[in-house]
Design a protein around this ligand. Structure first.
Ligand code: DAH
Length: 367
């Protein structure tokens, strides 16, 4: 067996010599991988005498943890350097005048945002806001989703360490849902409440209908004598106004959310293939929102008496609305910043959305 001290200085030397993350990974595999040097030595312990085994085993364990620490530290250092180099290289001077060949367009999501605010504004909703970086209380606990609640696993959450606490429960999240704004609103305001909260949300998810950053619009209505019938009517009026179609196939399905009881989801009838998405045709359904009657625990957490007030809430996927309205089959293309895509699907800057002027007064996407 090799002398542990020699081996240690060799490995630590290799680690500090590694100048990029890939080389460092090669060093790690060579030492701690399935056939790595330390792994092999550990496998061979069986052939030693009891006394030797004891001593060597202890030495190897210490070596292994020292090597792991050194790898971790070097990795952090290299990643930081790589990020800084990338940030320096990708620096953009936003004060430069625009190039005449690139005519700016409004992104479909920005357009949808304006349309949603115009429609709900007409119905008497105010716009409320909350932070993108949230604490777990507003994003989960107050929404009837305590730390060990199984519904936490419905969303793949990005957690952010809290520099002031090692306790995981104190870590922050990038909000997984705009539902956090329900709580922030109730904390500030007593009923009657009628708000929408459009904004960015984040989850570790990536496929044709999911991206790590996406947009939701939350709705919250709290008053005396609010019923599920109000919820249905409000959402139906919204989708009719939004999609501007006389015949719109809409379906409510019973569902589950910890913060509403009963809960439902709404789907829009469409035809869905890999390359095409067509609203109102075909036999497929695309889910666009979750909704329900606000759970009494949520009202209590927001400082509202559930014996006196009740309400409904909903959370709409705004990007899904854009996909359906403009027939864009893959959500990932929204965030690739491809100028050709923006030219095709984007809107002219002065094309404003209003209920009186007509939502899509320019006949939809400017081509
Ligand atoms: N927050 C839910 C989600 O992101 C959506 C949702 C469902 C919001 C029901 C609501 C609601 O306000 O009542 O999946």
């Amino acid at each position: 067996m090799e002398n542990i001290e020699n081996l240690k200085s060799q490995i630590l030397g290799d680690i500090s010599n590694a100048q990029d993350v890939r080389t460092l990974e090669e060093v790690r595999v060579g030492v701690l991988g399935k056939k790595g040097r330390i792994t092999e030595m550990m496998k061979n312990l069986g052939s030693l005498s009891l006394e030797e085994k004891k001593e060597m085993g202890k030495g190897l364990n210490i070596l292994k943890s020292e090597v792991e620490q050194a790898l971790e530290a070097q990795k952090e250092k290299l990643e930081k350097a790589e990020l800084n180099a990338r940030l320096a290289k990708e620096k953009v001077d936003v004060t430069l005048p625009i190039r005449p060949e690139v005519q700016g367009r409004i992104h479909p999501v920005s357009k949808i945002y304006e349309e949603v605010v115009a429609i709900f504004g007409e119905m008497g909703f105010e716009v409320a806001e909350g932070p993108d970086i949230e604490d777990q209380f507003h994003n989960f606990n107050a929404l009837n989703t305590p730390a060990n609640h199984p519904a936490r696993q419905m969303q793949d959450t990005f957690y952010i360490p809290n520099p002031e606490s090692d306790n995981f429960d104190d870590s922050y999240v990038v909000r997984t849902q705009t539902s956090s704004v329900q709580i922030r609103t109730m904390e500030k305001q007593q009923p009657p409440i009628r708000i929408i909260a459009p904004g960015r949300t984040y989850r570790s998810d990536y496929d044709a209908t999911h991206t790590p950053m996406f947009h939701q619009v939350e709705g919250l209505v709290i008053d005396k004598n609010i019923t599920m019938a109000h919820l249905k009517g409000c959402l139906y009026d919204f989708v009719k106004a939004f999609f501007e179609l006389d015949e719109l196939p809409v379906r409510y399905r019973p569902s589950y959310f910890p913060f509403t009881e009963p809960s439902a989801e709404m789907d829009i009838g469409c035809k869905k293939t890999k390359t095409e998405l067509k609203i109102g045709a075909g036999t497929d359904w695309l889910e666009i929102l979750g909704c329900g009657m606000v759970h009494p625990n949520v009202l209590r957490a927001g400082g509202i008496d559930p014996d006196e007030y009740q309400g409904f809430a909903f959370g709409i996927g705004m990007d899904r609305l854009a996909m359906l309205k403009y027939g864009i089959p893959d959500l990932r293309t929204f965030f690739e910043s491809d100028v050709r895509w923006l030219k095709h699907y984007g809107f002219l800057p002065l094309d404003e959305s209003s209920m009186t002027g007509g939502l899509s007064n320019n006949g939809g996407a400017a081509r």
